[in-house]
Design a protein around this ligand. Structure first.
Ligand code: PEP
Ligand code: MG
Length: 887
């Protein structure tokens, strides 16, 4: 039988491969076992595997045979190690029950602390600890948490009772509550449970334990966990492990504390311990942002000008133990660690370690620094940085010289600049963002329920919470700028207003956040371009050294081309010429061409477009000097260019001399039921050859001009879209060749050029061997190839694909990350058949997948020559291509 429960701590020093495997025991469970095995102080405990969770969920919330017995045995291991009995009325063992998936999902799943308390054991805890106040405080915490997480009661009911109790006594802080006060509150809490559920709070500790285990498993399928999984591409069939561990108490007076820390600064990457702690508190107090924590180190406290003593100053012995553990952890894991710890009456206990989430800036700095320190090699450094995270570095930051109307400052929780309209709740953030508004989500503190709003927002501002609060952790993970703990901000949700000092703002007013220094500003502040040298440059250099595939860009304006070159693009993989047609100065000529009754009319309009297109291509060839440029001839259905509004029809009537009625009728005639499968792509070139003729002429004339002026001849790669048959390509290649001969004759200039095709249809992939007889290159248009292979409209899929991903039908949106199993087969087969006909055929990809790291890894496997991505994705693709090559 496979082992379903693993013990750690105490004398359970030896771990086997399954226990160290995060896919089996989850990140938290695997690392607890590993820490215990290298001799770090870990409270004893056990882990129930993720496989159990999957089986439980598959079997209608039923535990597998043998689990009860395995848990009972593992519980004895904890009891024996700490010398206390679970449910023992004289000296009870209390445990924590925590989730722990393969990857961390901060705050998305459930936790219960202080489990094992009831009306009897609370007395035992009071006697054994000699601190009755602590025992009753623990009991009320337990009832509150258990009722929320396991019994499903509104935790607001308990919060409210606590607030009233404090008010009655005239207290301000929880710490003023006396033993009798907690005891009275426990009675009230139990009353609430009875009233709400019609049954008493469970007194049987075994029932408590299984209730908590159930709740953790169930929380894998909570709404917020599902949203988080979708946003982070976490498959729904992983499940979570459950970790049950002896409680250690950070709330046993002033020699006790709890905290979270990073072995390096997760925001900047600086090699300095970084963290927060709270004296006389339990872990959830820090993470939930209920009390604002104090700094770990003296240096950080001084830098922040804070008064409350740092841990280094207030608890020097425990701090020294912690610093020693930091050193051991970095040496062992060879990476920055994010840890949770508790100090119980002067003794340090480790509750968690994991590779810490970090900003892109910090990831780069740490990777480059650690190579310098000899901790890791270049290849590891390349593997360490998440290509998608680079996106955070490539975007503009606030102009340091621009005036700032600073309202207040908070903690610089996640870097980057963001401007947008104030919204005060997550649903509004999502709604406004959907209608195209940029929003800043402002909350007292965020909770996991806000995750969709945080994702929709440009940036997040919270009034409460530290650097490790939910908002901070999630924002850093998402790359959203975030300022947290801005205590001057007070929110009136009813009035939809915000007071900051003596200024009042309302929902919809514009706010700017600087996540790098925590400033909050009124209005919009101008931005400047990002810094691409430094650690970024170093890592990119290493990546370029290790990658095989070339990286091109999808771009059609000189500005985009320039930016892509700065980001390291090695050519254009797709220039979509239709975008040029929408230009205000040309759209009228484009419409005249489309609405013309015959070829003569079309040619007259195309005549007007020719010099404009020539100018476009000339600029692009100049910017991309020396690099290959793939230019695609017109692709979309023509009616996309036609007017919709009456005023536009009138304007067009004036320009063409046709009546409005005539134009509307002509537009109706062009209407298609299924335009994506209609009169588009090379079908336009076949039916209206004069359009492609004009475009080919513009390309060749521009290339000849640039060759003459600069002495460096561009090599245009002319690409025919949506080809299904060899004959289409044959006809259109002949047309392009004919134009080339004409232009070369007229200008006296001869150039090298290629004619190739996109592979966007299953038939084209299947017939690639034949098509390669005509095409010198293939570029996989995986947007259309995905659409046509799956029979799923790329424009309509958003309505249902989320559900498909949630239900595990697709691991990821196939328009974002290539469906390797299905569409991938067509790509692979076309590459093989194309090469069989033409061994030196150039192969690339220009669908959106060309900028997606997982798809790039696939392209490496197929041996494509290049990937092409939008300009901001070029560095991502460079790094992903290096990672793929090293794999
Ligand atoms: C494609 O289909 O993948 C492609 C790049 O072309 P477009 O997105 O312009 O249809
Ligand atoms: Mg396409």
């Amino acid at each position: 039988m496979t082992q379903t429960v693993f013990t750690f701590g105490g004398n359970a020093l030896h771990t086997n491969a399954r226990q160290r495997d995060k896919t089996v025991t989850g990140g938290k469970g695997a690392n607890l076992a590993e820490m215990a095995s290298i001799g770090l102080p870990v409270p004893p405990g056990f882990t129930i595997t993720t496989e159990e969770c999957v089986s439980y969920l598959q079997h209608g919330a039923d535990f597998s045979d043998g689990l009860k017995a395995a848990v009972a045995e593992a519980l004895q291991h904890i009891e024996a190690t700490v010398g206390k009995g679970f449910g023992d009325a004289s000296d009870p063992l209390l445990v924590s029950v925590r989730s722990g998936a393969r990857v961390s999902m901060p705050g998305m799943m459930d936790t219960v602390l202080n489990l094992g308390l009831n009306d009897e054991t609370v007395e035992g805890l009071a006697n054994a600890s000699g601190d009755a106040r602590f025992a009753w405080d623990s009991y009320r915490r337990f009832i509150q948490m258990y009722s929320d997480v396991v019994l499903g009661l509104d935790h607001g009911l308990f919060e409210e009772a606590l607030e009233i109790a404090k008010e009655d006594k005239g207290y301000y802080a929880d710490t003023e509550m006396e033993r009798e006060d907690w005891q009275a509150l426990v009675s009230q809490y139990k009353g609430i449970v009875d009233d709400e559920l019609g049954r008493p709070f469970p007194q049987d500790v075994t029932e408590q334990l299984w209730g908590a285990i159930r709740a953790v498993f169930d929380s894998w399928d909570s709404d917020r966990a599902k949203v988080y999984r979708r946003l982070n591409d976490i498959p729904s069939d992983w499940g979570t492990a459950v970790n049950v561990q002896a409680m250690v108490f950070g709330n046993m007076g002033d020699t006790s504390a709890t905290g979270v820390a990073f072995t390096r600064d997760p925001a900047t990457g600086e090699k300095a311990y970084y963290g927060e702690y709270l004296i006389n508190a339990q872990g959830e107090d820090v993470v939930a942002g209920i009390r604002t924590p104090q700094y770990l180190t003296k240096a950080a406290r001084e830098a922040a000008n804070a008064k409350q003593p740092s841990m280094e100053e207030a608890m020097p012995d425990a701090y020294a133990q912690l610093a020693h553990v930091f050193e051991l952890l970095e040496k062992h894991y060879k990476d920055m660690q994010d840890i949770e710890f508790t100090v119980q009456q002067g003794t340090l206990w480790m509750l968690q370690t994991r590779s810490g989430k970090r900003t892109a800036k910090a990831a780069l700095k740490m990777a480059v620094d650690m190579v310098g320190e000899g901790l890791i090699d270049e290849e590891t450094a390349i593997a360490r940085v998440d290509p998608m995270a680079l996106d955070q570095l490539l975007h503009p930051t606030l102009d340091p010289d621009a005036p700032r109307d600073i309202l207040t400052s908070g903690l610089p929780a996640s870097p980057g600049a963001a401007s947008g309209k104030i919204v005060l709740d997550a649903d509004t953030a999502e709604q406004w963002a959907q209608r195209g508004e940029k929003v800043i989500l402002v909350r007292v503190e965020t909770s996991p329920e806000d995750i969709h709003g945080m994702h929709a927002a440009q940036g997040i501002l919270t009034a409460r919470g530290g650097m490790t609060s939910h908002a901070a952790v999630v924002a850093r993970g998402m790359g959203r700028p975030c300022v947290s703990g801005a205590s001057a901000v007070s929110i009136d949700r009813k009035a939809k207003t915000l007071r900051i000092g003596n200024r009042e703002l309302k929902e919809g007013d514009t706010l700017t956040l600087d996540g790098a220094n925590g400033q909050v500003m009124a209005g919009e502040v101008p931005t400047i371009e990002p810094e691409l040298a430094g650690d970024f440059g170093t890592l990119m250099e290493w990546a370029d050294k290790h990658r095989r595939m070339r990286v091109r860009t999808n771009a059609e304006t000189p500005e985009d081309c320039r930016m892509a070159r700065q980001f390291g693009a090695e050519g254009i993989g797709l220039c979509r010429t239709e975008h040029m047609f929408f230009d205000a100065g040309r759209i009228s000529a484009v419409r005249q061409m489309i609405l013309a009754e015959d070829e003569k009319g079309r040619r007259a309009a195309l005549e007007k477009l020719l010099p404009e297109q020539r100018k476009d291509f000339r600029e692009i060839f100049e910017v991309m000097a020396g690099l290959p440029c793939t230019i695609r001839l017109l692709d979309p259905p023509l009616h996309e260019f036609l007017p919709h509004a009456d005023a536009e029809f009138e304007e067009l009537a004036n320009a063409t001399g046709y009546g409005v009625d005539h134009l509307k009728r002509r537009a109706d005639e062009l209407h298609e039921f299924n335009p994506m499968l209609g009169h588009r792509g090379c079908r336009l070139g076949i039916t209206y050859p004069e359009i492609y003729e004009m475009q080919a002429r513009a390309i060749f004339e521009a290339a000849c001009e640039v060759a003459k002026d600069s002495g460096e001849a561009p090599v245009p790669e002319i690409m025919i879209p949506l080809v299904a048959t060899k004959r289409e390509l044959e006809l259109l290649k002949a047309l392009v060749d004919k134009v080339a001969v004409q232009v070369f004759g007229e200008t006296g200039c001869t150039l090298e050029y290629l004619v190739g095709t996109m592979i966007e249809l299953p038939r084209a992939a299947l017939m690639a061997g034949e098509i390669a007889e005509e095409g010198a290159f293939f570029s996989f248009g995986t947007n259309d190839l995905t659409q046509t292979t799956l029979g799923v409209s790329r424009d309509d899929s958003a309505r249902f694909l989320n559900v498909y991903v949630d239900r595990g039908i697709f691991a990821r949106d196939p328009f974002v990350s290539l469906d390797v199993d299905g569409v991938g087969q067509l790509v692979e087969l076309a590459a093989e058949r194309g090469r069989a006909t033409r061994p030196d055929i150039k192969l690339g990809i220009c669908g959106e997948h060309g900028g997606d790291p997982a798809s790039i890894a696939f392209c490496e496997g197929v041996g494509l020559d290049y990937v092409s991505a939008s300009p901001y994705r070029v560095p991502i693709a460079r790094l992903a291509a290096a990672q793929a090559a090293l794999n």
